[in-house]
Ligand binder design. Structure first.
Ligand SMILES: [Zn+2]
Length: 391
């Protein structure tokens, strides 16, 4: 029996900057409430596990001591001046009292997910509050203070000697995780996202393939704005299975941000909630083939908090568990959420075809994405065939 554990505690919703900030933890609470309303978590096969906190030593495996000290200082007194190089006190990462503790708790939740899988207590886990992929070793960025994904990957490496394939399908490039492991041949970082020509953090291009010993161990697919499900999945399928075949990971760490959706207010892709179910299924297939099914998944971006996030992550969670989620959303849940939502809500998990009309630029977008994939494969193939396998 495949056990799939959800790492969650309402304490994690304390990761909150200020009212009106896009990273509103309400999106996590709504996801959790929809999972409960649909009866998709909390049984023997799909237990809900409360996280432990991360230790200082664990943060130090990825983050610079000076940076942690700066976070701790402003966390105690938000009025303390802090060096701009730490990326704190910006519009994206405002300084708030208690931010060290709130960010450390998120790291603890992803570490808990990693421990559960490494110990065999579950085959797959989802740390719903995790996925803060923009945090760098020495600075905050893009709503992210500490990089929970990187700390968990480091822990899997050091404590269990595992080779990690990191898969990131958030609409934004997973720049923090990539930079932390850019020289490391035992972690392959893959990110598929809206091109950095149009979106923060303006990186994640096909020529970013790793450096030093890590040369050939990073890959990026920058997609065109207006990309739809089919082209997104086509690009993923053209690269990731073969990459996994060549790298032969022991475990997957997956950032499942759902801001590629057409209704997401921060991005310009044109995908449906069904994309996140399809991607999770693909990740499960890759894990079954190479890693005895082992996956540590996290949440990530997703800013249409009522209309999209709960539906997208409910589909992703069910697919991770190997379940087929029923489509209709319980009426009581919809009524409760409608009371606080700014507009209409879909009544099914999967968007009906009429919900997202095709882009007028569909063919140009598909052609451009195909060309990007071909360019990436041309760039990466000689490096990966150096391992004796390859595309
Ligand atoms: Zn994002």
């Amino acid at each position: 029996m495949t056990r799939c554990a959800l790492v969650w505690s309402s304490d994690l919703a304390r990761y909150r900057f200020r009212p009106g900030h896009p990273l509103d933890p309400r999106r996590l609470e709504l996801t959790w409430s929809l999972l409960q309303a649909m009866g998709l978590a909390g049984d023997d096969r799909r237990p809900v596990i409360a996280p432990r906190d991360a230790t200082e030593a664990e943060l130090l495996t990825v983050h610079e001591a000076e940076y942690i000290e700066a976070v701790r200082t402003v966390s105690r007194d938000p009025l303390t001046p802090v060096d701009r190089r730490f990326g704190l006190g910006t519009e994206d990462v405002p300084v708030v009292a208690g931010m060290h503790e709130m960010a450390r708790a998120v790291v603890g939740s992803t570490l808990t997910a990693a421990e559960i899988v490494a110990s065999g207590r579950a085959t797959r886990t989802l740390a719903l509050a995790g996925g803060l992929h923009h945090a760098h070793a020495g600075s905050a960025s893009g709503f992210c203070v500490y990089n929970d994904l990187a700390v968990a990957i480091r822990w899997l490496q050091r404590e269990h000697g595992l080779r990690v394939l990191y898969i990131d399908y958030d609409a934004h490039h997973g720049d923090g995780v990539q930079s932390i492991f850019y020289n490391d041949p035992d972690v392959f970082t893959f990110s598929i996202h809206e091109s950095g020509l149009y979106l923060f953090p303006a990186s994640g291009f096909v020529d970013e393939v790793g450096e030093g010993d890590g040369h050939g161990h990073s890959a990026n697919i920058p997609l065109e704005p207006e990309t739809e499900d089919e082209s997104f999945l086509g690009a993923f399928d053209a690269v990731v299975p073969e990459l996994a075949e060549a790298f032969r990971p022991d475990i997957l760490v997956v950032q499942t941000g759902c801001d590629a959706h057409a209704l997401d207010p921060l991005t310009h892709l044109r995908c449906t909630t069904g994309l996140f179910e399809q991607l999770a299924r693909r990740v499960v297939q890759i894990a079954e083939r190479h890693c005895d099914g082992r996956i540590v998944a996290t949440g990530g971006g997703g800013y249409a908090i009522h209309e999209v996030v709960p539906r997208a992550w409910t589909l992703a969670w069910a697919a991770l568990c190997g379940d087929e989620a029923p489509d209709p959303i319980p009426r009581e849940w919809l009524d409760a959420v409608l009371a606080e939502a700014p507009g209409e809500l879909a009544s099914t998990l999967r968007d009906p075809p009429s919900a997202i009309p095709p882009s007028p630029q569909r063919h140009q977008v598909e052609r451009a994405n195909d060309l990007t994939v071909r360019t990436l494969k041309r760039r990466l193939m000689p490096l990966i065939t150096g391992w004796g396998l390859g595309f």
